[in-house]
Each structure stands twice: as C-alpha cells, then as structure tokens.
Design a protein around this ligand. Structure first.
Ligand code: ATP
Ligand code: MG
Length: 139
C-alpha cells in the first residue's frame, strides 16, 4: 500500500503522536519512513564565525527534536531516514514529498504554535491544501 511515508516533526506533543502513528503504519506496510524537521534559513549576512555557530546550533536543535521522535517510532522493517530542511515547514514538506515521491504525509493537526483554539496549524493547513498525495493529520 504505502511505500514512502513522510513525517514532519517540530518537537511538539502533537508531532510525537503523529510519530507514533507513523511508526505503526510503517510496521504494518513495510514502508520507508522519512522524518523531517525544518528551520528558518540562517541569514547569509551573518558571516563568520556567527554563520558556523548558527548552523551548528541548528543541527543540535534538530537532533533534540528528532531523537524523541525516533524513539517513539521504534524499530521499523523498512528504511528510516532523517532530513533537516530550511524554510517554512509546510513548503519544505511539500517539496520533499514531491522530490522523494512520498505516497503519504503524516503530521500533527497542530504543533508548537500558541493558538490552542486553532483547529489545524498553518503548516498542516498548507500541506493539506497543496499535497498531491494523501495526508494524515494526527490529533
Ligand atoms: P502555527 O505554526 O500555525 O502557529 P502550530 O505550530 O500549532 O501553528 P503547525 O506548525 O501547522 O501548527 O504544526 C502542525 C504539524 O506540522 C506538527 O505537528 C508537525 O507534524 C508539522 N510541523 C510543524 N512545524 C514543523 C517543522 N518546523 N518541521 C517539520 N514539521 C513541522
Ligand atoms: Mg508551527
């Protein structure tokens, strides 16, 4: 059924719930799972050594976000990949889904945003409005 699943994580509880579902689906289907986290681009005008510092801070944050997600996903039979992306998450996820021919995108309904009244976060909204493959939003 699904062969290439794409999961977006941002360090939120919602994303961890999405990660749990992604792990379960990957075990059921044997699909490859690609876990991505996106950050605002590092402004190139920063210059050395601030640019280096900003980049390494980013990789450290990515690690802190990816680690718990991978733990929740658990062992899966297919390939497991992680990617650190730049730019608004929705757009970055749509681009990767396109490039990697993802056949299912999994995200949380919401993320780290503070608007608890929001039904669906802006990045999830962007993806469900523009994706060319099925999207699963986990509550
Ligand atoms: P908003 O960002 O609009 O204030 P929010 O943070 O509550 O609201 P979203 O950002 O749309 O909602 O988050 C919904 C889901 O999108 C998250 O659970 C996660 O799966 C994914 N997501 C959000 N931000 C990122 C990111 N930086 N990298 C990867 N995935 C992300
Ligand atoms: Mg957000």
């Amino acid at each position: 059924m699904f062969k290439y699943i794409l999961l977006g994580v941002d360090g939120s509880e919602h994303a961890l719930r999405a990660a749990r579902t992604a792990g379960e689906l990957a075990r059921l289907t044997g699909a490859e799972l690609r876990v991505v986290v996106s950050f605002d681009p590092v402004p190139p005008y920063l210059g050395e050594p601030f640019l280096d510092r900003a980049m390494s801070d980013r990789l450290k944050s990515a690690d802190e976000i990816l680690k718990p997600a991978l733990k929740v996903i658990g062992d899966i039979p297919g390939e497991l990949h992680t990617e650190v992306l730049e730019g608004p998450a929705g757009e970055a996820i749509l681009n990767v889904a396109d490039a990697r021919k993802s056949d299912l995108i999994i995200m949380g309904t919401r993320g780290l945003g503070r608007l608890a009244t929001l039904l669906v976060g802006s990045q999830s909204q962007k993806v469900i409005s523009n994706a060319t493959c099925p999207v699963l939003l986990v509550r």
